[in-house]
Design a protein around this ligand. Structure first.
Ligand code: NAG
Ligand code: NAG
Ligand code: NAG
Ligand code: NAG
Ligand code: NAG
Ligand code: NAG
Ligand code: NAG
Ligand code: NAG
Ligand code: NAG
Ligand code: NAG
Ligand code: NAG
Ligand code: NAG
Length: 786
């Protein structure tokens, strides 16, 4: 319906832009056969797919209008907006031709047409046809099985398909790996092999997950291996100036693409807006003729005596072998390299693990600077070389996961109910204190991380690859001098504003954030890398005059708790008026969206980001109640005092997994637990820690256990349902959905982390694509109810 409008809009735009008269000089074929042969670029002839979405024909090269490739393009996308999806490698001039011979061969300018020349053996199929979906077919040859740099919806990665960037430098192979064409050196892999994109724009992978953040809307889409070596998915947005909008990309740091710089050189990202890079030589090296892009050589050749220069946040590989060893201490790692003639340098981690990698070979390769590099690199230079390091700033290990917890002995087991309840209360109280201590501890550990990183590099403007850096003046203008306060959170005040390009933003002024500009930038870069439909987007930041400001997209709906907990509303002063009651299917969709976003944080971001604070306050509702998780990644920016007061005031031990107070490590399963609580709250509309005494007997105060009994033992589902929409509950229509939500919650709330499913599995349990087995009754970990 909406699609029809969109299509006709496209079409009108198309006519308007190109002012194509419905003239007779334009010949539109539905198939090209021997009777039309030959076909010249000058003929104004096109081959149209039956649905008219795709056109094939001679297409002029953008920079030389007298040269053509035989191409396929999106008919309705303006020629200025890069509509091409497939092209021949051969270029022809205006007197070139496409021919079908009487023998049934296809020739372009007298040479075989790609691999298709002999694809047809029977004369009845000697025609070139463009199918719906953009597949050009000649005999048994299809453009879908012979792609160039683009994959279209429904063009699946069937056997042997490889993509090659149009400049030939990069390849995407085995449905998973980006490699440098010249050396086959890999620099990126998708989490799982890609399978294909469907009509909805969902790019599925072979194992249980998918890419693309905007799937669902009908749009023109494509996956492209771009000339810069990155793999991206684009959607065409006619409503946004007729542009292809990037909705997913493989690499967030372009310096990780191999081959950006020559041997020994180090790739460094440049300015904010333009995702470009430049090359720098390490200390002791000078650029080759042609500059550092062409590589660097030693100023002084190595003699008997050498020493090492430390390059912080730099990562290299070599043309030889990389040996990872475990060194008891730094000295051992260093001496292993200095006694080895072929060792050009080594990487060492200061985290006590003894991580030591010796870089053996004749030269260093694929150097890049990244705030994500967890080790320092030590490059070997001659003793007489006296230059200091040009990459400094690392004083501590990069910590990218949740703050570590500390061990405490388990509380004694006690079968007496009263004592047990006292123990529970004490433990929960202790949790808050311990959380504070743990955060303080981690804060000490990582104090001043990247300070002065930029100084010696001469990067007055910090390098960036992602979020835009705003000036304080810009923020002030956007928020009309911070006049529209829309929220006061634990991290600081939030103001509504509008950017000059009319995007509405939520501007969060952080309080009491530690570290220097560079550290802040590094953290923000990591946060801004997270792209998902169900995550609030970070658009930029400001770090000026001691200010620490984050600029987010503005989510108009407010947070989930305001919709859920109206009966026990803790904030009667909320002026925003009555909010709609969420119906069952909305609740289900919210649960699913949140689960998918957390799964994305855990799985695609390689467990970089545990949220650590999942609760209804951090789930915002956008248009159509689309849930968006906020505040992910921020735990790392908090200052100690803030954390302590935060955990106090928050008073929500109810969302914290038991391992926060046991000796177990905090893993992604801690988020799974918190999510389980949110899931139960979605069903019940009650805060898990606000159940009134009158409702439950005291020894059954533990909400998940109580809900379990109601649902699975007493079979009285109604009693756990949100009173506001209990009436609307229709057991035939909703039982399956509610049952799935509650069962999934029960699995999430298991006290042993290893019994809880991963977040990816949780999403599948909710979707119903995986059978849910009967969960065990959740217990508080030390109650030991068998
Ligand atoms: C093709 O179209 C262009 C402009 O649309 C026109 O100038 C040219 O004469 C046409 N050529 C033929 C062979 O019809
Ligand atoms: C070529 O295609 C046209 C229709 O486009 C058809 O009328 C004609 O018979 C075909 N010729 C051959 C030789 O197949
Ligand atoms: C192609 O066009 C048809 C109707 O002409 C439309 O239904 C279909 O959705 C279009 N394809 C895409 C990807 O928009
Ligand atoms: C077009 O290219 C052919 C060879 O591919 C050449 O012989 C011919 O002179 C060229 N014509 C023009 C107009 O450049
Ligand atoms: C097609 O096949 C025939 C017979 O196998 C061969 O003679 C001819 O050269 C081939 N043509 C092309 C363009 O490969
Ligand atoms: C396509 O057909 C030709 C001739 O009929 C045959 O030689 C070739 O092996 C076929 N290719 C594929 C991929 O089936
Ligand atoms: C090719 O043409 C012959 C005779 O015209 C017909 O019997 C045969 O079925 C056709 N084959 C195909 C694949 O269309
Ligand atoms: C890509 O690699 C192939 C095989 O190694 C080589 O033949 C080709 O010339 C390379 N292309 C470019 C543009 O470097
Ligand atoms: C391609 O893959 C998508 C998603 O996996 C699937 O829906 C579609 O049917 C596949 N298309 C073909 C032609 O195999
Ligand atoms: C990036 O910078 C290059 C040159 O510095 C410029 O040509 C290009 O247009 C810029 N791209 C964007 C998206 O600003
Ligand atoms: C490093 O470890 C070695 C052997 O374990 C020891 O002899 C040496 O003293 C240590 N060096 C330092 C600086 O701790
Ligand atoms: C260096 O980069 C490689 C490739 O991106 C990566 O696998 C490795 O973990 C990095 N090393 C460090 C210490 O970050």
């Amino acid at each position: 319906m909406a699609l029809g409008t969109t299509s006709s809009f496209f079409f009108v735009t198309f006519l308007f832009l190109f002012n194509l008269p419905p003239s007779l000089s334009q010949e539109q074929l539905t198939s090209f056969n021997i009777s039309h042969s030959p076909w010249h670029p000058s003929q104004n002839r096109t081959l149209l797919s039956p649905d008219k979405n795709f056109t094939a024909g001679f297409f002029p090269l953008p920079n030389s209008p007298n040269l053509f490739t035989f191409s396929i393009w999106y008919s309705q996308i303006p020629k200025t907006a890069n509509p091409l999806v497939w092209s021949t490698t051969t270029q022809v001039n205006s007197s070139g031709s496409l021919q079908i011979t009487p023998k049934g061969e296809l020739f372009l300018n007298g040479s075989p047409f790609q691999d298709a020349a002999n694809a047809s053996s029977t004369s009845n199929s000697t025609q070139l046809v463009l199918h719906d979906g953009g597949n050009l077919v000649f005999g048994n040859w299809t453009s879908f099985k012979n792609p160039t740099n683009t994959i279209l919806p429904n063009q699946n990665f069937s056997t042997g398909i490889e993509l090659r960037s149009s400049n030939g430098k990069f390849k995407f192979i085995k449905y998973q790996f980006l490699v440098l064409n010249s050396t086959d050196d890999q620099y990126y892999n998708t989490p799982n092999p890609l399978v294909g994109m469907d009509d909805q724009g969902k790019m599925t992978m072979s194992v249980n997950s998918f890419l693309t953040s905007d799937y669902g809307d009908p749009r023109f889409r494509k996956l492209v291996l771009d000339d810069d070596g990155n793999l991206r998915i684009y959607s065409f947005y006619p409503e946004q100036q007729n542009q292809w909008v990037e909705v997913w990309k493989g690499l967030w740091e372009m310096c990780k693409v191999k081959g950006k710089c020559g041997s020994n050189a180090i790739c460094v990202p440049t300015d904010d807006l333009n995702i470009s890079t430049y090359c720098v030589c390490p200390s002791g090296f000078s650029p080759n003729k042609g500059g550092a892009e062409e590589g660097c050589t030693r100023k002084i050749l190595l003699s008997q005596h050498t020493h090492f220069v430390r390059l912080d946040y730099v990562n290299y590989t070599t043309d030889g072998t990389m040996n990872q060893i475990t060194a008891d201490n730094f000295t051992i790692c260093e001496s292993n390299c200095s006694t080895d003639k072929t060792c050009q340098g080594f990487q060492f981690k200061y985290d006590g693990t003894g991580y030591c990698v010796l870089l053996r070979g004749t030269e260093l390769r694929y150097g890049f600077w990244s705030p994500g590099t967890e080790a320092a690199l030590f490059v070997k230079v001659d003793q007489s070389e006296s230059t200091g390091s040009n990459f400094i700033g690392m004083t501590e290990v990069m910590q990218t996961t949740c703050p570590v917890n500390i061990s405490l002995p388990l509380p004694p087991k006690d079968s007496n109910t009263t004592a047990r309840n006292i123990a529970i209360i004490c433990t929960l109280f202790a949790t808050e204190l311990i959380a504070g201590v743990a955060f303080f501890w981690s804060f000490l550990k990582r104090y001043i991380k990247y300070r002065d990183m930029a100084t010696t590099l001469g990067l007055e403007l910090l390098p960036a690859g992602g979020p835009k850096r705003f000036t304080y003046a810009e923020i002030k203008a956007a928020t009309n001098d911070f006049s529209n306060l829309i929220g006061k959170g634990g991290f600081g005040d939030v103001y509504k504003g509008e950017l000059p390009d009319h995007r509405v933003v939520a501007v969060k002024c952080l309080k009491n954030v530690t570290g220097g500009d560079a550290e802040f930038w590094a953290e923000v870069t990591i946060i801004a890398r997270m792209h998902h439909l169900n995550l609030v987007r970070l658009w930029g930041f400001c770090a000026e005059k001691g200010q620490r400001i984050l600029v987010y997209e503005h989510i108009p709906g407010g947070s989930l708790d305001k919709y859920l907990f109206r009966v026990n509303s803790r904030n009667p002063k909320d002026q925003s008026g009555p909010r709609p009651v969420l119906d069952w299917s909305m609740r289900y969709r919210i649960a699913l969206g949140v689960a998918r976003a957390i799964a994305y944080l855990h799985e695609e971001c390689l467990e970089w980001v545990l949220h650590c604070d999942i609760k209804p306050e951090n789930i915002l509702l956008g248009d159509d109640f689309c849930p968006k998780i906020s505040d992910f990644g921020l735990a790392k920016l908090r200052k100690k005092e803030d954390m302590v007061t935060m955990s106090r005031r928050r008073g929500t031990p109810g969302y914290m997994a038991p391992e926060w107070i046991t000796a177990d490590p905090i893993t992604s399963k801690a988020d799974v637990y918190s999510f389980g609580m949110v899931l139960l709250e979605l069903v019940s509309g009650i805060r898990n820690f606000e159940i009134q005494d009158s409702v439950v007997r005291s020894e059954e105060w533990y909400f998940p256990g109580w809900a379990f009994d109601k649902m699975f033992k007493e079979m009285r589902v109604e009693e756990i349902l949100d009173g506001q929409i209990r009436e609307a509950y229709d057991s035939r229509a909703h039982f399956d959905m509610v049952n799935r939500m509650v069962k999934t919650a029960m699995w999430c709330l298991q006290d042993r982390p290893e019994l809880r499913p991963t977040m990816g599995k949780v999403a599948k349990l909710l979707e119903g694509t995986v059978e849910i087995t009967e969960p065990k009754k959740p217990t508080v970990f030390f109650l030991g109810e068998e």
